[in-house]
Design a protein around this ligand. Sequence first.
Ligand code: ADP
Length: 202
Amino acid sequence: MLKIGLTGGIGSGKSTVARLFEQRRIDVIDTDRIARELVAPGQPALAAIVQAFGPKILQDDGRLNRTELRRRVFRDPEAKKNLEAILHPRVFTEMNRQADLCRSPYCILAVPLLVETDALHRVDRVLVVDCPEQIQIERVQHRDGLSDNMIRRILASQATRRERLQAADDVIVNDGDLGQLERQVDELHRFYLQLSHDPETG
Ligand code: ADP
C-alpha cells in the first residue's frame, strides 16, 4: 500500500485537501481524529494522561480538559514531551492498523505534525500543503475566531514553511481559489494512481 503523508501548517488547507482526495474515493486516515478518540473516557491513554498530569486535567464530566492540557504543554516543554510519549506511539499504531485496512489504490495519512515528529519514515511520500503565513492567519481567524496573537503563537510552535518544504516530495500551493486547489489535487491523484500501479516510476 502506497502511503502518502499529508501535512501543512495550521490553516494551510490540509483538511480541505484531504476532503478532495476522499471525493476521489481515496481512503484518508486522520491522525487528529485518532488522537481525539484515543483520549475518550475509558481509554488507556486518558488514564495515562491523568497519571502524568493529575486529576485536574479532567473536566467535571470526566472528559479531557483540552484547553487546560494545551495551556500546560504550551508553557512547559517537559509536559509536552510527556504528553507526546503517551500519545504518539498509540496514534501511530492505530494509524498503521487503519492503513492496513485501506482498500483504495493508495491512502492518504493526514498528519499535521508529520515533520515535527518521527513520523516521516512511516510514509512513502510527503505531500505538503503550503501557503504564505498571512493567508494561514486570515483563514484561521475566519474559521476559529482566534486572535492574531494566538495564531502567531501556534505558528511559532510548528515547523517553519522552509522545514516542511525541505521534507516534501510533493507540494500543493494553496494560495488561490478552490478551483486552483482541485486542479493540483487532480494532477497528484493521477500521479499517485500511476505510482501505485507501477512503483518503479517514483
Ligand atoms: P488546515 O486543516 O490546514 O488547518 P483547512 O483545510 O481547515 O486548514 O482550511 C482552513 C480554512 O480555510 C477552512 O475554513 C477552509 O475552508 C478555508 N480554505 C482552505 N483553502 C481554501 C481556498 N483555497 N480558498 C478558500 N478557502 C480555503
